[in-house]
Write a protein of this length. Sequence first.
Length: 503
Amino acid sequence: MSDQTTQGQSTREEPSLPELLQIRREKLEELRRAGKDPFTETRYNVTHHSGEVKEHFEQMEGQTVRLAGRLMSKRGMGKAVFSDLQDGAGRIQIYIRIDDVGEQALATFKKYDIGDIVGVEGEVFRTKRGEISIKAAAITLLAKSLLPLPEKFHGLTDVETRCRQRYVDLIVNPEVRRTFEIRSKFIKHVREFLDERGYMEVETPVLNTISGGATARPFITHHNTLDIDMYLRIATELHLKRLVVGGLERVYEIGRIFRNEGMDTKHNPEFTTVELYQAYADFNDMMDLFEALLSSAAQKILGTYQLEWLDKQLDLTPGWPRMTMAEAVKQYTDLDFMSVSDDAQAVAMAKSVGVELPETAPATWGNALYEVFDQKVEEHLVQPTFITMHPVDVSPLAKRSVKDPRLTERFELFICCNEMGNAFSELNDPIDQKQRFQKQVELREGGDEEAGMMDEDYITALEYGLPPTGGLGIGIDRCVMMLTNNDSIREVLLFPTMKPLDL
């Protein structure tokens, strides 16, 4: 018997798409007239999946099983037909023979289309060519596919179409399924990792009367009953730290964040983060935790610390280098910002290497240092590297350094020139915090739509007392991009934001 995997060639002209759609609808009507409407089926007793059959073939050979899934191919039109069935665990070959199912059942099966969903009952066996298969004894049509799947050899390759029709993408591109399986495993790993360390998972509001916890432009909506504008959260930070004030010493939240900003390969208007806060810890503890979390995820999910991302070979073996932002700037530009203190001198240094400060950023030492790092240094940080001690000017929620009040106890982790997470020793001085909020308000009033707002209730919480606390925010999507070797955030979001087709 033959179990070749290519469809038989036909010399007649293939029908056009409108003709195919009409043919499939006519087949559905024919089924309904015969009293066999597939959409009336309510359940099918599945006993096994394809992966299980293949993995345990030696024990299962000769057993009768019931599988269900989508027909992905049909070949052979005589007294026997081979077909590939795809279920949630992969694909397996189905062998339908007239001697096993009868003439009428075989004739009916031949009318089924690629994409139809069927239930198959039959015996596990191996063909003469050695392929593990199911010898069908009965086949039930469970749902009729009225639209044809993409052409077999070219498949669904257009990125726009793949993202808009993720359901088709998942059907025809097996590697896409793997991406989202890894995403699920990573989120599960994050939960287990934190739960084992005594963290408590919580939920905080998505709708807020104040936009805070980060510098980003928010989405604005309106609450009809209260007749007030509200903001979709741009971070979970401020509510989580309120909980630490309340005595929940280790908390975290995995949740959706919304920022009304541009879209590119690294950014989507809604994305997922995990934020965590630990009382009596600082940013050094957060570095240790982040390194352990991400390296253990690679080892557990991929089985290795070595991986490829963005055409770079990465080594996630623990022991990642740590350097201050000023040290990184000096290493890659030869500019020594720690040797100057005057704002004008710092801005001149930035300009000397072609860096201009944004119009909305005050011409300060801190902003000059940050912009040089952002524009000239990030592109060099390929292997995992912690960049610490960020300027106060760009860190409104981080604790000042005792050694240099211009800096904060903050770090960002960079891998392949991408920021993977942000953390700091949390600012718990309510007076200092209010002053920094006020500076954010002034920036906002000056036209900076990303600047923060005054959060009086958060100041009140700090006045009750926030213990020394370490906090960490991690971009889930970007971590998944790395673990799956994807270069666009759209590839790791099941349903990314897309521009409407009529715009």
